[in-house]
Design a protein around this ligand. Sequence first.
Ligand code: PRX
Length: 654
Amino acid sequence: MSTIESAQSEKRLFPPSGAFVQQAHLDSEGLRVLHDEASADPGAFWLGQAEQLVWRTRPTQGLDDSQHPFVRWFADGRLNLTESCLDRHLHTARRNKAALIWEGEPGDHRVLTYFELHREVCRTAAALLRLGIKTGDRVIVYMPMVPELVIAVLACARIGATHSVIFGGFSAEAIRDRINDAGAIAVITADGGYRRGKVVPLKHNVDEALQHCPGIRHVIVVSRTGQDITMHPGRDHFYSDLVKAESGHCEPAIVPAEHPLFILYTSGTTGKPKGVVHSTGGYGTQVAFTAKHVFDLRDEDTYFCTADVGWVTGHSYIVYGPLIHGATVVIYEGAPDTPHKGRFWEIIDKWGVTIFYTAPTAIRAFMRWGDQFPRGYRMDTLRLLGTVGEPINPAAWMWYHEHIGRGRCPIVDTWWQTETGGIMVSPLPGATVTKPGSCTRPLPGIAVEVIHKDGTRCGPNEGGYLVITRSWPGQLRTVWGDPERYRKTYFGDLTVDGRSVYFTGDGARFDEDGYLWVMGRVDDVLNVAGHRIGTAEVESALVGHPHVAEAAVVGRPDELKGQAIVAFVTLRSSHAKTPDTADILKAHVVHEIGAIARPDEIRFTDALPKTRSGKIMRRLLREIATTGHAVGDVTTLEDLAVLTRLSATDSDEE
Ligand code: PRX
C-alpha cells in the first residue's frame, strides 16, 4: 500500500468559548509555551511533567534511548503509583471527597471517598501479600465493572505485582491463553456480572480456563450476583473473607520507574494477542499530563468515562489519570440501554457529571436510537465531552455537539492506542479550534508524522503511514516475553532520517492547517465498535473448528460499528454445509475469543484467492465483502476462476 487515498474535507470550525478559555488550565498562549518548552528540550519537559507524580526518589534522567527501540524513562526514579492516586490526597481537602461513584446496572450504587478507597486498596493489598503474592508476580483481573475492579488493580500496584486485566467479555479460551502467556499466579474475579439484565458467568469461565493453567495458585472471588459457583478448596477464596481480616494499612512497595505496572493484551496481525507492557513512572507521567490538560481536570469535576477497565482507556482514564488528580470518577457497570436508552443521560443528571468520555460507536448508536432520549434530561452540568477508539465521522461529532453538549461543550477527539499508554493527539479544550472529525494536533512533547513507505514526509492532505518519531514516556516497553516481536511489530520497516520509527498501524493525513485526520488501520487489524480485533485471531479460531479447511477474515465498513467482520470460509470436503453451519462457526468464534469477535457474516467458498506465493489476497476479499464483487489488479491471482466463484459466494446474510 504505497499511497493511501484521502478525500474527506471538513470546513466547519469550533473555537472554545470565552467562558471555557477563562477557566481552563491551558489557553492558546499556555499551549504555545508548553510546545516551545517541549521542542526545546523534550527530556527536560517530561522530567517537569513527572513532577505531577509522588516520587520516593525523584528522577534526574529523562529518556534513555541508547538501546533503541528499547527505551527507559526516569530510570533513576523510584515510586509507587498508588501514592500518587491515593495517599497524596489523604492530607488534603480531598480526604473525604468522592473518589468513585459507582452505578450498578440494576440501579444500586456505591460511593467511595478517597479515604475509603485507600483503605480498601490497602486491605486488599495486604490480603494479596498474605497469600504470598509479591512484587513482580503477575495477577489476572477478570471482573465486571464494580468498585472492586478498581480496588483490585490498585491493590496489585500497591504491592508491585503486575496486573493484567482481561475484559469481562472474553471467553475461557482467551483467559487461558493470557494467563499462561503472562505466567500469572493469581486471578481476581467475581461470581458474575450484570450485562443487559443477564448474568455473565465470570467465575465459571475462570474455572474452565484454569483446567489448563497450572501456574495459578489462588483465585479470589468477589460476590456480585450471588449466583451458584463452585469453590475449589485451597485455591479459591472469597474476597470478603480475605479482606475482613485486614486493617487499612499496607506499606506501598517502592519500585523503580521502569517496573512493569501492567500487561494489557491487544490484538495484532498474528493470531496470538500481544501482551503490551507498560512501565510505572513513564506511564504514570503520560496519563497525569494528559488527564490534566486534555480533560482540563479540576477539583470541581465529576468525570464519567464509559469505557471498561478491561481496555486501556479504563486503565488510563478511569483509574490512574483521574485519581492522580483527585477527581471524582463515575463508573457504570452495565449496558447503555438498560433498563432504558437514556441510562447514560440519567447518570449524568443523577450525579452532576461535568466531563463525559465515550466512543464514536456509542454515539452512532445514540443517534440511531433517537434524539428523544437525551432530550428528556437537563445535562446542564456537562462542560466537556470526549471521544476515543476510532475516527468519529463529522455527522456523529455534530450530533454529540448539539444533543449532548447542547452546543456549549468543547469536544476532545483523542487519538491514542493501547501501546501509547495515554493520549497522543487531541485538542486542548481551552486552546484548540476544533474541526469535526479531526483529532487536531499532537500534544506537546509528542512527535507524530505521516510518511510514505520510503520514509519521506507526506505533504498536506497526502495520505500515508502514521508514525511516532521520538519516544514518549507512556510508550509500551516491550511485548511480554517476546522482545523480538516488539521490535518487529512496531519498529519494523519504516524509517525517518535513517532511524527506525514507531509505526502505529494507522493511515492518516495532515491537512493544510496541520490538523491530523486518522483514516483507520492499514494493517490486518479491524476496529469493530472501537475494539481492536486481529483478522488473524478470528481466522485462527475458525480454522480450529473441525469443519473448516481455510478461512480469511476482512473488515467491511459498517455505519454503526465502524467495521463489521466478514469471514470467507472453505469447509473440509468431508463436511457439507448445512443451514446452521454459519451459526455454528459464529458460536465457535465466540467460544474461542468472545462475543466481540463474532463474525457479522460468513461467506462460504470452495477456494480462497491467493497470489502465486500463496498469500491470501485480502484486498480482493475486502472488495467483495464491501461491494459484492472485485475490481482492480488481479494479475497475481493464482486462480482467476476463484474470483468469479467468490463474487457469487454463498453468504449467510441473505
Ligand atoms: O486506529 C486507531 C483507533 O484505535 C486504534 C487503537 O486501538 P486500541 O489500542 O484498542 O485503543 C483504543 C483506545 C485508546 C488506533 O490505532 N483510534 C483510537 N482513537 C482514535 C482512533 N482513530 C481515530 N481517531 C481517534 N480518536
